[in-house]
Design a protein around this ligand. Structure first.
Ligand code: ADP
Ligand code: MG
Length: 346
């Protein structure tokens, strides 16, 4: 395993700046997830680490070595792609062996590595099949196996679960986390899916338009987002953003009257932090429009005065609520996020 350091990395295509000065270090053995909307530059950054893209400016280090001009196969990295990229005419075993054969490893070593990886990924029974005889999930395991057998210092994953259906994605997420524990390898994982980022990462880098918005643990990003972009991107349903007027230490609008200890332009409240109350002096009043039951919990959508709002509550708390009804909430202590006019957290 090795650390990976980005030092003021920039990447342009012609006069279009895609990566605009990215600096951070992935610690050796860390599971780091880069998350951001489609087109923000995640794949570009990963391809830069793999050596598949040239850097326009800045330095990239793997371990202690600057690798700007080191060819991909000498970097000690292996990459897993969303599209699997298996060789269709080779069996699973041949796909797993291929990278090692090219490196002229011994037969014994190759057999042993392939068997260990196959066992780890539970694909031993498919070793003699062709990729087209496997399901999507099994193919993605083979693609991961192909990276593992090379025992890279750094493993790179570019949205590896995006082609899988929802339940398989959840299962593979757990297995990837287990794999990281077993291998102890440095992993850099790219996704547009904040749930994947939150569940997998030791640390998350949030990227937008080629600029880092925040770096932190999943809990830090959820509890202390640095700006409105991160606040809106992390968490589901998305944070409620509410405008109002300041006065007497309170932030007020129609249906809204909350205590604040700062001077926000806008206040953000997570749907999970709205607590139902019968209190006539509640901080929030919502006219219910739609209830989405989900078994144990429910999302309630409605209007707080003229502003949209979603609350995430226990279903039994709103079992008799209908569209048109009024719900009252208080905001959980210390959970109102304050933002200035530029969107920075106060
Ligand atoms: P992400 O993986 O976050 O969706 P990418 O890193 O693939 O984003 O792309 C970032 C931006 O760079 C996009 O706007 C994309 O259109 C642009 N881009 C990627 N590759 C090239 C290329 N070879 N030439 C020009 N623009 C590119
Ligand atoms: Mg991409």
């Amino acid at each position: 395993m090795a650390s990976v350091s980005f030092s003021n990395i920039k990447k342009s295509y012609g006069d279009v700046d895609i990566i605009r000065g990215v600096s951070f270090t992935v610690e050796a053995g860390e599971f780091l997830v880069m998350v951001g909307p489609s087109g923000c530059g995640k794949s570009t950054l990963l391809r830069i680490v793999a050596g598949l893209e040239e850097i326009t400016a800045g330095d990239l280090k793997i371990g202690e070595r600057v690798v700007n001009d080191v060819p991909p196969r000498e970097r000690g990295v292996a990459m897993v792609f969303q599209s699997y990229a298996l060789y269709p005419h080779m069996t699973v075993r041949e796909n797993l062996e291929f990278g090692l054969k090219i490196r002229k490893e011994s037969q014994d070593l190759i057999r042993q590595r392939v068997e260990t990886a196959a066992k780890m990924l539970d694909i031993t029974q498919y070793l003699d099949r062709l990729p087209k005889q496997l399901s999507g999930g099994q193919r993605q395991r083979v693609a991961i196996g192909r990276a593992i057998v090379r025992q890279p210092d750094v493993m790179l994953f570019d949205e590896p679960l995006s082609n899988l259906d929802a339940s398989l994605r959840t299962q593979m997420r757990v297995e990837l986390k287990k794999l990281h524990h077993e291998l102890g390898a440095t992993m850099i994982y790219v996704t547009h899916d904040q749930v994947e980022a939150m569940t997998l990462a030791d640390r998350i880098v949030v990227l937008n338009q080629g600029i880092i918005q925040q770096i932190g643990s999943p809990a830090e990003l959820f509890e202390r987002p640095a700006n409105r972009f991160v606040a809106a991107f992390i968490g589901s349903p998305s944070m409620n953003f509410l405008r109002g007027e300041l006065g007497d230490g309170r932030f007020k609008a129609e249906g809204l009257n909350i205590r604040v200890d700062k001077t926000p332009f806008e206040v953000g409240i997570r749907p999970q932090h709205l607590e139902i109350t019968q209190d006539e002096d509640s901080e929030v009043v919502m006219q219910v429009e739609v209830v989405e039951p989900m078994g144990w919990e429910a999302h309630v959508h409605g209007m707080c005065g003229a502003q949209r709002m979603v609350a995430h509550v226990r279903h039994d708390a709103i079992a008799n609520i209908r569209p048109g009804d009024t719900l009252r909430f208080n905001v959980e202590e210390g959970c109102a996020h304050c933002f200035d006019e530029s969107g920075l957290a106060l």
